[in-house]
Design a protein around this ligand. Structure first.
Ligand SMILES: [Zn+2]
Length: 323
């Protein structure tokens, strides 16, 4: 998630990172590999490092790709009551009703995941290992973002309720602190009859949690606000972080929500990979097991990363000057 980028550097104080955090995104992709069936797991395991690393590419290219940002969220509240149930299920119908610009302005994550599922299915059909891996990894990112309650509201960082910073607190700080305590046994990947409808179910379930995420923190802050922040020194920077004591209390009050959302992200990611493979006619992935990226592919990946890094740096410097 990156609408937060502007808030990242405030007077040189790093307040929070963005999107489930690089850490959680990489873990989700990695763990999703292990729920795959025997016909798939060998190929994915062999490339697990790349699948984990590439999980965060959608966040990395924020400043290089103009249409990137809306793919990570949907501001349901912009559409009125029960939007998760009332919005057109399919992109074509949604465009007809609202127009593409308006949809882009409010975020498109459930439709984008469905588009990516199709692309992945295609990649399986033509047995293109490079595309299968890249699309699998990136699909995992968007599926996971759809499980973050604050990715379903225009109050995505608590900025409308005096809770700025809650986005990174919930999706980065908490998983980083408590990941080791979670149980990630989620069973096997399951076939999904209709990926688009399943994604709307995900969005509806995720959105239901949004009020708790905000309200619970608000009440906690009223009681324990003075304990909320600590300063840590990292290199030459002073970093303002949510204190572990405050984080622990919030985490307990959320009663397993972060863990549940991480688990659901893993289950859904692996299940969509599996579904795309089934729907492509179960191509033989063992035949791709010896795949190595060509020199050219490797060079392209490197250049892409470098370009995104430069663009990000430039954009941040620019924002910094504006602040
Ligand atoms: Zn994201």
């Amino acid at each position: 998630m990156y609408r937060l980028s502007k808030a990242i550097l405030l007077g040189g104080i790093l307040l929070f990172s963005c999107s489930w955090g690089f850490f959680a995104h990489q873990k989700i992709n990695r763990l999703s590999v292990f729920i795959l069936p025997p016909e798939m797991i060998g190929f994915y395991k062999k490339n697990i490092q790349y699948i984990a690393e590439t999980a965060v590419n959608p966040d990395r290219r924020r400043y290089a790709v103009a249409d990137e940002a809306p793919r990570h969220y949907i501001d349901l509240d912009d559409y009125g009551d029960s939007a998760a149930y009332k919005l057109p299920r399919y992109w074509k119908d949604a465009v007809e009703k609202y127009g593409e610009d308006s949809l882009q302005a409010h975020g498109i994550v459930p439709w984008h995941v469905y588009r990516m599922y199709f692309q992945l299915k295609e990649a399986f059909t033509i047995r293109d290992p490079d595309r299968i891996l890249r699309l699998s990894a990136e699909l995992g990112h968007y599926v996971s973002d759809a499980h973050v309650p604050l990715h379903t509201t225009s109050n995505y960082d608590g900025q409308q309720t005096g809770q700025s910073g809650i986005h990174g607190f919930w999706e980065s700080r908490l998983p980083e602190l408590y990941f080791g305590e979670y149980d990630f046994f989620v069973g096997k990947a399951e076939y999904i009859k209709n990926v688009q409808l399943a994604m709307w179910q995900v969005i509806a379930t995720t959105a239901q949690k949004k009020d708790s995420v905000l309200l619970i923190e608000k009440r906690l802050f009223e009681k324990e606000g003075s304990k909320k922040f600590n300063f840590e020194t990292k290199g030459r920077q002073t970093v303002k972080v949510v204190s572990e004591e405050y984080a622990r209390q919030y985490h307990q009050l959320l009663n397993g929500m972060v863990e549940r959302q991480l688990r659901a992200s893993i289950k859904m990611t692996g299940s969509i990979w599996y579904t795309a493979w089934i729907d492509a006619g179960q191509p033989d992935l063992k035949a791709l097991i010896n795949y190595r990226p060509t020199e050219e592919e490797l060079k392209k990946r490197k250049e892409e990363l470098l370009l995104w890094k430069q663009q990000t740096q430039k954009a941040r410097e620019h924002e910094h000057e504006e602040n």
